[in-house]
Design a protein around this ligand. Sequence first.
Ligand code: NAD
Length: 258
Amino acid sequence: MTSLADKTVVLTGGAGGLGRCVTAVLAAHDARVVVTDVIEPVDELPPGAEFHRLDVTSPQEWGVLARTLQDRHGPVHGLVNNAGILRSRGQSGRLQHVSLEDWNALLAVNATGPMLGIQALAPLMTEGGSIVNIGSVAGAGAHLAAGYGVSKWALRGLSRIASMELGSAGIRVNSIMPGYIETPMQTRTPEHFIDAWVSIVPMGRVGTPDDVAPLVSFLLSDESAWLSGADIPVDGGTLAHVGLKVISDAMGAEDGGA
Ligand code: NAD
């Protein structure tokens, strides 16, 4: 049974869809969860969780959080870089249309934010510490939302560099790559996108935060003590078939093709 008892874990974007679920799972494993976000969580936090306002793009705010944690809790065990933005509406995400403003915002929140978090909190982490970066399948191939995809590729690179640099201090760094999951981030995603997406998911459905949160908990726990520098898809098999599913479906189960 995974235990995070007496471990302080900082979670960014904790008021969002995945963040709320991760908070609940970590608290259920007895972690002290420091939930951060630019907005207040709507739901009451579970016992053991506390809220701090934090814009991940602000080095000053990370500094304030680090000093507060040091004074109140001592060492930090875990950091979950979960805050993210999509900024993709209609064509506006596509490469030929993405505005410089959106591009810069995507990189600032999705990639620079986690870098600032690691700079601020790694010094408070001790042997056994764990950082989990919430990437995306968008960081594993081409993606419709160009700036989002590039920001998730950057995050994946950051994870590997951090795992190399922090390993000697006994701190592990991993990234996970969820497929489409139902959260407020996707409330304006059109039905035809979702239908097309489901058609490339071998398991035949979109994901939910409950499909993802237990993996975050596992990566923060000592049960994954030898796992570092990995990018782990949690996507119902989407990345595994590199586009071949459409051909497999067209051929039918009995026909092996050429
Ligand atoms: P969400 O929109 O529900 O939550 C994102 C949270 O990040 C929000 O609470 C928002 O206020 C917060 N946030 C935005 N800018 C911030 C900033 N500057 N500082 C601090 N917090 C900020 O979305 P979600 O689906 O829960 O996303 C969580 C993570 O999962 C993101 O990194 C996202 O890219 C990733 N992800 C989501 C999906 C999906 O399909 N929903 C798929 C793969 C990966």
